[in-house]
Design a protein around this ligand. Structure first.
Ligand code: URA
Length: 209
C-alpha cells in the first residue's frame, strides 16, 4: 500500500468520528466535512512545486517562494465530491474546478459518463480528484481513466473513507495514482456501502434522506 496515504492527524480523526455518528445533523455533517476537507487539502498539497521570486518587503528586496506552474484543478466526482470542494477551496482559493458525472449501468454495472467539464490546458495542470467515499472504486477508476486522456501533469485521489476493495481496484487499474484518505474501513457490504462507514455521503451532505 505504498501509494496510500493515511491522514492520521488528530484533528482529522476527531472530526471524522463525529461525522460517522448517525445522529450528526446535516448542518453538523456539512460543517465537519468542510473543516476536514481543508485539513486534507493541506496534506495533499504538501509536495507542490515551488518557485522562487523576487519581492519587496517594506524594508528590503528578497527572494521568496510561491507555488509554481498553472493553477491546480480539483475534480469533483458528482455529486458527493462537491461536498469536499468548499473546504479545499478555502485553502487553495485560486484552484480551478472540474466536474465528472458517472452513473452505474444497472445491467452491465459499467460506469457511464453523463457529465464532464474541465478547465483549459489540463496537460499543464496537477489534478486532485475528490470523492468522500472510495467504495468499489469503479467510479473513481472510470473518472481517472477519462482524466488521463487529457494527459495532466499528475493525478492524486482524495477521499474521507475507503476500504480494501476500493484500494484494490485503484491499485490494479491506476497504480500510479496516490490515494489520500482519513480511514481504511473494514469492508463493503452487498449494496456497495463501506462498513462501518458513515452511510450515504451524498444524502448526509445534501440532506436528501
Ligand atoms: N458511497 C457512499 O456514500 N457511502 C458508502 O458507504 C459507499 C459509497
Amino acid at each position: 500500500m505504498s501509494n496510500v496515504h493515511l491522514i492520521d492527524h488528530p484533528l482529522v480523526q476527531h472530526k471524522l468520528t463525529l461525522m460517522r455518528r448517525k445522529d450528526a445533523s446535516t448542518n453538523t455533517f456539512r460543517r465537519l466535512l468542510n473543516e476536514l476537507s481543508s485539513l486534507m487539502a493541506y496534506e495533499v498539497t504538501r509536495d507542490m512545486a515551488m518557485q522562487e521570486i523576487e519581492i519587496e518587503t517594506p524594508l528590503e528586496t528578497m527572494r521568496s517562494n510561491v507555488i509554481d506552474g498553472k493553477k491546480l484543478v480539483f475534480v469533483s466526482i458528482l455529486r458527493a465530491g462537491n461536498g469536499i470542494l468548499e473546504g479545499m477551496l478555502n485553502i487553495v482559493p485560486g484552484a480551478r474546478v472540474g466536474h465528472v458525472g458517472l452513473y452505474r449501468d444497472p445491467k452491465t454495472l459499467v460506469a457511464v459518463e453523463y457529465y464532464f467539464k474541465m478547465p483549459s490546458e489540463m496537460h499543464e495542470r496537477d489534478i486532485i480528484v475528490v470523492d468522500p467515499m472510495l467504495a468499489t472504486g469503479n467510479s473513481a477508476s472510470a473518472a481517472v481513466e477519462r482524466l488521463k486522456e487529457l494527459n495532466p501533469k499528475s493525478i492524486k485521489f482524495v477521499c474521507l473513507l475507503t476500504c480494501p476493495e476500493g484500494i484494490a481496484t485503484m491499485q490494479k487499474e491506476h497504480p500510479d495514482v496516490p490515494i489520500y484518505t482519513a480511514a481504511i474501513d473494514r469492508q463493503l457490504n452487498e449494496h456497495g456501502y463501506i462498513l462501518p462507514g458513515l452511510g450515504d455521503a451524498g444524502d448526509r451532505i445534501f440532506g436528501t434522506k
